[in-house]
Design a protein around this ligand. Structure first.
Ligand SMILES: *Cc1c(COP(=O)(O)O)cnc(C)c1O
Length: 217
């Protein structure tokens, strides 16, 4: 199957309110251009250097989403152009993003990553840490970032019930933040190639799909 037909097949299954991020990490620009020519304009990368190299080479109407774990000292490289940073998991990182956004005279949209998996290796905040962050004085001072929503990654497992439980947990945290009105959350980024349909059933509005579009890595 070609990249174009993979993309069209997936897009045909997505409800209108769900945004597709084509996860292009490790793939060459020629593969991304095939997706671009098929109409895709949102790409997700997990390494800042690789994303920046692709941004330099590719058309400027592309929206670049950083989906990986972000190191503070590299934020400056993507601050001029990044559209959405999915994996923000600390106040310190938000402060650095705010600082670099200010330098670039822009507001950078972010998602806060929530820890929902049963794997030690995954990053993210728990509900208590999220509440603390959103109600802190330091957070309220940040004028050059905007929190658009939450992001999560389920455990890497075949167990659909487990995954569903984790996605539902993220949705319930989202709903309780909405009720408390700390910030006006608009979106939930959850779901990858193997679990995006389940994620959408559980309330996802952004899916991050790589291998089902571009093939295995
Ligand atoms: C790689 C990656 C994806 C895409 O995974 P696929 O299984 O290839 O669809 C989604 N989200 C994050 C955070 C990733 O690192």
């Amino acid at each position: 199957m070609s990249i174009q037909s993979n993309l069209n097949t997936i897009k045909a299954t997505l409800p209108e309110h769900v945004t597709l991020v084509a996860v292009s990490k490790t793939k060459p620009v020629s593969d991304l251009m095939q997706a671009y020519e098929a109409g895709q304009r949102i790409f997700g990368e997990n390494k800042i250097q690789e994303m920046t190299e692709k941004w330099e080479q590719m058309p400027k109407d592309i929206q670049w989403h950083m989906i990986g774990h972000v190191q503070s000292n590299k934020v400056k490289f993507m601050a001029p152009y990044v559209t959405l940073i999915h994996g923000v998991d600390s106040l310190k990182l938000l402060q650095e993003i705010n600082k670099q956004a200010l330098k670039n005279n822009r507001i950078i949209d972010c998602l806060l990553q929530i820890y929902i998996a049963e794997e030690e290796s995954k990053f993210g905040l728990d509900e208590k840490e999220l509440n603390e962050l959103l109600t802190s004085v330091e957070f309220k001072e940040l004028k050059n970032i905007r929190i658009l929503g939450l992001m999560g990654m389920a455990t890497f497992t075949e167990d659909q019930n487990q995954i569903k439980k984790e996605f539902t947990h993220l949705k319930s945290i989202f709903d309780s933040i909405q009720k408390l009105q700390f910030v006006d959350l608009k979106t939930i980024s959850m779901g990858m190639s193997g679990d995006y349909q389940l994620a959408i059933e559980c309330g996802s509005t952004i899916v991050r799909i790589g291998s089902s579009i571009f093939g295995g890595r």
